[in-house]
Design a protein around this ligand. Structure first.
Ligand SMILES: C[S@@+](CC[C@H](N)C(=O)[O-])C[C@H]1O[C@@H](n2cnc3c(N)ncnc32)[C@H](O)[C@@H]1O
Length: 257
């Protein structure tokens, strides 16, 4: 009873800004507290229906691959559904994905884009996986087959599988031509920054960039690199978090802040 009264008293007297800081401290581990200003989502949250009016009535085809998997690398069902809906709504003809993995997101894109769409998707050459220097060290990747999910699908002919390190890949022939770019590869800061520069350079005048893992959980702290990079980008460009998802979005038509 006494405790309750004290809490009520404190709430009444401590200004709300200070209370906010107290709650952040209370609910986050010390490593994150030290970084909270840059590593926690700060972008404006916008509902996908507000970004794309009428999108809630599109009927998409979403691969159910993510339904029964705990695989942390595959885009979850909700994000796959939003990606599919954006594809159906915007009808991008040229798409670039950085980070194919087993191809769940590639398949969602291929299933929901026009018949003549071209989906370029890049992943590390498997022969370099164990020597590749990534943001957390060298090698250590799990065994997986790149693009296995789209490989047997009727829409596979839309997909161009590219192999290479996104940090050094030659994107020159594809610059300024993509209607949609999905960034979902190495989530550490330096790599996301490079991939984001690449995505901006790949974009056609009315293109869209989507990033996965702008919002992340304790299980995947390395994703804080995505959050940091996009919080920085959000200072100069209109980048949004899509509400209810871990996706962030930039539309070239929205331009600078
Ligand atoms: C989170 S998974 C992508 C998941 C995929 N978008 C999906 O929904 O199924 C990240 C992928 O990026 C690849 N990757 C990591 N670093 C990379 C780099 N520097 N260049 C290209 N691909 C990279 C990994 O091999 C992995 O397959």
């Amino acid at each position: 009873m006494l405790l309750k009264t004290c809490k009520g008293f404190l709430k009444f007297w401590i200004p709300s800004g200070l209370l906010g800081i107290y709650h952040r401290w209370r609910h986050r581990p010390i490593r994150q507290i030290l970084n909270w200003q840059i590593d926690y989502p700060q972008l404006n949250k916008v509902r996908v229906e507000d970004l794309f009016p009428g999108i809630d009535s599109v009927v998409t085809r979403v691969p159910l691959i993510a339904l029964n998997t705990e695989d942390p690398w595959t885009l979850p069902l909700r994000e796959l559904a939003v990606l599919a809906a954006i594809c159906l709504y915007r009808q991008p003809r040229r798409i670039f994905e950085i980070g194919t993995y087993q191809g769940a997101s590639t398949l969602a894109i291929a299933l929901n884009t026009p018949e003549d769409a071209e989906v370029y998707t890049l992943d590390l050459d498997p022969s370099t996986r164990q020597t590749h220097k990534h943001g957390l060290g060298t090698g250590g990747f799990p065994q997986f087959e790149i693009g296995i999910h789209y490989r047997e699908s009727p829409v596979r002919s839309k997909v161009h599988q590219l192999l290479g390190n996104s940090a050094t890949y030659n994107f020159e022939p594809l610059l300024n031509s993509m209607n949609l770019v999905l960034v979902d590869a190495d989530h550490t800061y330096e790599f996301v920054k490079k991939d984001t520069q690449t995505a901006l350079a790949l974009l056609a005048p009315s293109g869209i960039i989507l990033w996965d893992d702008y919002v992340w959980t304790e299980r995947n702290p390395a994703c804080a690199g995505v959050t940091r990079c996009l919080n920085e980008l959000g200072r100069s460009k209109k980048v949004y978090q899509i509400e209810g998802t871990r996706l962030a979005l930039y539309r070239a038509e929205d331009g600078e802040n």
